[in-house]
Ligand binder design. Structure first.
Ligand SMILES: [Zn+2]
Length: 409
């Protein structure tokens, strides 16, 4: 049977040359032929077959994460994301690893480039021979089983990590983040009058009201701050992650870029989810909310490593769809209680959303720079109505999300 499959693959590869039908993996005296699969004209290899040939294993994690555990290095991957990660190093890929028919396929680049360069040392790829080989005898090789010609029986090499113990799905954890705090006032307003509106106070007030409504509905709530204090943007997401939040909601109040009479007329509510900012207006709000970083010093200051940003961004990608759904639900709900206008769902690259590995949104409740909207947002009754409305949306979203994932995560 194997021979027939091999023959067919050789025939197929010969027809479409120059991609070889196999890569020869030579690990010490052990030689394994790992079939190359062609899909859409692109060459891939099965991760489990390749790892077995290299005395490694594929570890299947949660949320589409995989780890290639080689004897001297571990490479982390996400299905559908064109990056690999080794420790804190980000490795761009030509194509994303993909799960097809329950199997993880790696772009051929892993054989020709990624493993030789990032596989922990000692591997070279010989293009002429289509051979990936170890170049030095290592402790791992010497302790390997006696030499033999291995065949690929990949299924047995897939090791699944036990999934984390499922939470009782009747209790959801909502993380509420009151924007700004402490020395960081956020925006102040309104424009053209004495400054009596301070964003950090209104965000805290609405966040507390939102928390009490959600708790009354049987949800667990975690607040990133409950007093007038500064929490680093990067810590807000960390707080959410370490407490296994199901959703993350950051509450803010908007302000225009300029302080002109025309800018003072800007008003309305909008909800953001994390992605690259697309419009100038989205970029303005993004820059404004990310400004809080300047109040953070010492240990709180973000590392500013562009690579770690890519990784957090890529982890967040998994929740892009859910975050967008949650943003839609909240934005739609607010139409009922907010005088408007409805500025719609937006996307921007907020530092506060970046580190939270769960559906995450940022709500701009209105413009504190506008006289009438500042008055509206300062009224406790309106704050309560906004909080109740957002709570309803979160509840509806979680019920919908639960029905889609069958109550387990
Ligand atoms: Zn803000």
């Amino acid at each position: 049977m194997m021979a027939l499959i091999l023959a067919l693959q050789i025939a197929a590869a010969a027809a479409s040359a120059p991609i070889p039908a196999f890569v020869v993996v030579r690990d010490g005296a052990v030689v394994t032929m790992v079939p190359i699969t062609i899909s859409g004209g692109e060459a891939s290899v099965r991760a489990d077959a390749l790892m077995k040939a290299m005395h490694g294993i594929v570890i299947t994690g949660t949320n589409l994460h995989y780890t290639l555990a080689l004897p001297r290095a571990r490479l982390d991957l996400i299905d559908g994301i064109p990056f690999a990660k080794r420790d804190s190093l980000t490795i761009p890929l030509n194509r994303a690893p993909q799960v097809r028919g329950g199997q993880l396929y790696l772009p051929f680049q892993f054989v020709s480039d990624v493993i030789p360069r990032f596989g922990g040392g000692g591997y070279v790829y010989d293009v002429a021979q289509a051979e990936l080989r170890t170049v030095t005898a290592t402790a791992a090789d010497r302790t390997a089983p006696p030499p033999r010609t291995a065949s690929t029986t990949p299924r047995s090499t897939v090791v699944s990590q036990p999934p984390p113990a499922p939470k009782p799905y009747t209790r959801k954890v909502v993380v509420i983040d009151a924007g700004h705090g402490g020395p960081d006032n956020g925006m102040t307003g309104p424009i053209g009058t004495p400054m009596w509106f301070v964003e950090k106070d209104v965000t805290l007030s609405v966040a507390k009201l939102l928390a009490s409504v959600l708790r009354a509905r049987g949800m667990d709530v975690l607040m990133t701050r409950t007093t007038d204090t500064l929490i680093a943007l990067s810590d807000r997401g960390r707080i959410a992650n370490s407490n296994h939040g199901d959703v993350f909601i950051s509450i803010h109040v908007n302000a225009p870029g300029a302080r002109t009479a025309a800018a003072a007329r800007e008003r309305g509510f909008e909800t953001y989810f994390l992605a690259e900012a697309k419009t100038e207006d989205e970029r303005r709000v993004q820059d404004m909310e990310n400004e809080s970083v300047k109040f953070e010093t010492g240990a709180n200051a973000p590392k500013g490593d562009p690579l770690s940003f890519i990784i957090t961004d890529m982890a967040q990608n998994e929740h892009l769809r859910e975050s967008s759904d949650l943003a839609q639900t909240i934005q739609q709900g607010l139409i009922d209680v907010h005088p408007g206008p409805n500025r719609g769902v937006q996307q921007a690259n907020f530092a506060v959303l970046r580190g939270s590995y769960m559906p995450a949104v940022l709500v701009e409740l209105g413009f504190g720079s506008n006289q009438s909207e500042a008055t509206f947002l300062s009224d406790p009754d309106n704050q309560r109505a906004l909080a109740r409305n957002i709570a309803e949306s979160v509840t509806a979203y979680l019920a919908h999300y639960q029905s889609r994932v069958g109550g387990t995560r």
